[in-house]
Design a protein around this ligand. Sequence first.
Ligand SMILES: *[C@@H]1O[C@H](CO)[C@@H](O)[C@H](O)[C@H]1NC(C)=O
Ligand SMILES: *[C@@H]1O[C@H](CO)[C@@H](O)[C@H](O)[C@H]1NC(C)=O
Ligand SMILES: *[C@@H]1O[C@H](CO)[C@@H](O)[C@H](O)[C@H]1NC(C)=O
Ligand SMILES: *[C@@H]1O[C@H](CO)[C@@H](O)[C@H](O)[C@H]1NC(C)=O
Ligand SMILES: *[C@@H]1O[C@H](CO)[C@@H](O)[C@H](O)[C@H]1NC(C)=O
Ligand SMILES: *[C@@H]1O[C@H](CO)[C@@H](O)[C@H](O)[C@H]1NC(C)=O
Ligand SMILES: *[C@@H]1O[C@H](CO)[C@@H](O)[C@H](O)[C@H]1NC(C)=O
Ligand SMILES: [Cu+2]
Length: 248
Amino acid sequence: MYYATPLTSLSGFALVISQVPGATLIEGSPTYDGPIIPGITGKLGNAAITTNNPLGVSYTATLPDSPTTGVRGFVKATTNSNGTGVAIQVSLSGFPDASLGPFLYHIHDQPVPADGNCTATLGHLDPFIRGEIPPCDPTQPETCQVGDLSGKHGNITVSVFNAAYIDLYVSTEFGFGSFLGNRSINIHTSNTTRLTCANFVLSSGSPSNTTNSTVSPTSPTPAVFTGAGITTFVSMGAIAAGLIALFL
Ligand SMILES: *[C@@H]1O[C@H](CO)[C@@H](O)[C@H](O)[C@H]1NC(C)=O
Ligand SMILES: *[C@@H]1O[C@H](CO)[C@@H](O)[C@H](O)[C@H]1NC(C)=O
Ligand SMILES: *[C@@H]1O[C@H](CO)[C@@H](O)[C@H](O)[C@H]1NC(C)=O
Ligand SMILES: *[C@@H]1O[C@H](CO)[C@@H](O)[C@H](O)[C@H]1NC(C)=O
Ligand SMILES: *[C@@H]1O[C@H](CO)[C@@H](O)[C@H](O)[C@H]1NC(C)=O
Ligand SMILES: *[C@@H]1O[C@H](CO)[C@@H](O)[C@H](O)[C@H]1NC(C)=O
Ligand SMILES: *[C@@H]1O[C@H](CO)[C@@H](O)[C@H](O)[C@H]1NC(C)=O
Ligand SMILES: [Cu+2]
């Protein structure tokens, strides 16, 4: 399995962005209108397939009865039966007018605070520091952000959405950068507005915690809040950080 190492510089990531002409910003979130760049990958390489995840362990993110959105349901992540990758079950309903879609959903880096502020979950789970640009190519999921579930497995285009698939890149093993159990799900409109969010919590099994800080240098500082977009992001290049995820 992959052990992320703390970064000391963001320069490599800024370089990735600078390779992408035509990037524009909508309200702090980058969009991309140029050609797909083949082979683009994270600063730390392609996402690694996770193996030896703890069997029988599930984490479930259940959306709250928020008054501000009708979207309800859950995303459940269960270690795949052979320990490689994680089985994802998505059961969501109550999506608003289709004109706001397709809807997107991602694992975000940070948990939702007690006040329910989805913005505080920062950006996507992105331990390989791949960034938003160019968009995920689902035929090369290893090159996508680990947390970009809709990018890898499909957008939500119906008002009641059920899906089940294996994602080989997320992990249920504590100590890995791709671990999802202490993070959150965010549901977005197509323009990246956050509709609702929820934390993963252990819902079955015994969590694995055999890794320790000596062998697992994967406790990066929280993702930098980059909501002001690329311009700000580049200007923040001097900031040392572990995980970076743009704000979507
Ligand atoms: C996204 O859509 C929502 C809902 O229509 C709207 O309130 C918001 O201003 C839009 N944001 C952008 C950046 O277009
Ligand atoms: C485990 O199952 C997944 C699909 O569910 C498959 O992609 C993977 O190759 C399998 N791994 C092993 C070691 O059998
Ligand atoms: C939500 O969190 C973001 C990021 O931490 C922060 O900038 C914003 O002020 C918070 N909003 C509220 C209403 O607390
Ligand atoms: C979640 O756990 C991973 C793996 O142990 C760790 O690297 C990360 O910092 C943790 N994230 C939060 C928000 O606690
Ligand atoms: C998913 O939705 C996003 C946002 O509208 C869009 O950019 C992307 O192309 C869509 N992906 C697919 C495969 O349709
Ligand atoms: C693993 O152990 C660390 C350190 O004691 C603790 O912070 C963390 O919550 C534990 N994780 C799990 C999944 O039990
Ligand atoms: C942590 O990992 C190191 C290296 O594998 C090992 O020597 C040490 O005993 C472990 N500590 C604990 C508390 O498991
Ligand atoms: Cu998101």
